[in-house]
Design a binder for this molecule. Structure first.
Ligand code: MRU
Length: 352
């Protein structure tokens, strides 16, 4: 799959540091940052230098493993320091559950460690495993998602649920990479995704590098595009899927789901099991991050609204389960009846 090789990895482990692709600078600059301290990792996540639910989880996992290499003392003291660092990193962003999922997976991996050295090594291995597994997961999601599309389909997406938001391939963008690999032609319409333009800056950038047809629209062009360009489906990623299937994703997703319902086209959510949070009962229980008003009052550093204007800047919205045609995970495609189908995915996991 030569095309995808041109897309850099968003996160890499280097034994004494983590290298991340600075997604704030894309598409103008391909800059890499070395993260060495816990505070750098927190900042990179909070300021969207690394973003996208799985990539946030991977980065936090490496950050925790890295910080733990400096801890000494007894195993009990080590566990205490680890917990403190876990809580700190978990506070970087509230909505994407992959962040706490990855951190808790690391903490759990050393729960029975008998020595500090053993725990340090285990943490590194577990963090690497999360990244390796995510690549397989995304490929599986891509295969299932591709089965829902046909040659020539025009598919709308929002934000960036692509290769740079994951270990590779992405979730919502994975079927487009696999289609390209198999010689199936699909056309992607990317919604720009105000306020910070993940669609305009990131999705177009990565798809164009892979030679995948992509057309950029502004967010308020979605209805007109569905109508005049005969969009066949909408596919989006997710930051947290509640136990009943309600799904938090980038702000604007809910609106696309309503439009898709109105036009009678399928609305798909593509996400790994690590994004499903059975402990969150419904979408109303999902914490929605509100970000700096400057993201709305400014565009690329230039003020576009009067000083002192009131701003509401939720970074995510929740699409109710009844608007979701199917949820595509690495275990397959589930349609409706999410309340029973989602927990069943995890039962299968446990019995493997
Ligand atoms: O604020 P962001 O850029 O982290 O938001 C990202 C999204 O909403 C993605 O759709 C989601 O995390 C899935 S990434 C595979």
């Amino acid at each position: 799959m030569a095309e995808l090789l041109f897309i850099p990895r968003s996160v890499e482990w280097n034994e004494t540091s983590i290298t991340i692709l600075n997604q704030q600078k894309l598409p103008f600059q391909t800059e890499y940052l070395e993260l060495k301290e816990l505070e750098d990792v927190w900042d990179a996540i909070a300021t969207l230098k690394v973003r996208g639910a799985p990539a946030i989880g991977m980065t936090a996992a490496y950050g925790l493993a890295l910080a733990a290499q400096q801890y000494n003392g007894s195993i009990a003291e080590f566990q205490k320091q680890l917990q403190k660092a876990r809580t700190y990193l978990a506070s970087a962003r509230p909505t994407a559950v992959n962040l706490v999922w990855a951190l808790d997976r690391l903490v759990k991996s050393v729960a029975k460690a008998t020595s500090v050295n053993e725990a340090k090594t285990t943490l590194i291995h577990e963090a690497i495993r999360i990244q390796v597994e995510d690549e397989d997961t995304c490929r599986a999601i891509g295969e299932y998602a591709l089965s829902l599309f046909q040659e020539g389909d025009r598919v709308l997406t929002i934000c960036n649920a692509g290769s740079i938001a994951t270990a590779r391939y992405g979730t919502a963008l994975a079927p487009f990479y696999l289609a390209k690999e198999k010689g199936v032609h699909l056309h992607v319409y990317a919604s720009e995704t105000r306020p910070v333009l993940q669609g305009a800056r990131l999705t177009t950038w990565e798809l164009m590098q892979a030679g995948i047809d992509v057309t950029l629209i502004t967010d308020n062009m979605a209805a007109q595009t569905m109508k005049t360009k005969h969009i066949n489906a909408v596919i989006v990623g997710a930051d947290r899927i509640a136990a009943n299937g309600d799904t938090a994703n980038k702000i604007g997703t809910f609106g696309l789901a309503l439009l898709a319902r109105s036009f009678g086209i399928p609305f798909y959510v593509a996400a790994p099991l690590s994004t499903i949070d059975l402990s969150t009962k419904t979408g109303d229980d999902i914490p929605i991050e509100e970000r700096n008003p400057e993201e709305v009052t400014h565009l690329a550093g230039t003020r576009i609204a009067p000083e002192g204007v009131n701003v509401y800047n939720p970074a995510f919205d929740v699409t109710p389960n009844e608007l979701i045609t199917a949820i595509i995970t690495e275990k397959g495609i589930i349609r409706g009846n999410y309340k029973t189908a989602l927990p069943a995915l995890f039962k299968e996991e446990e019995s493997i």
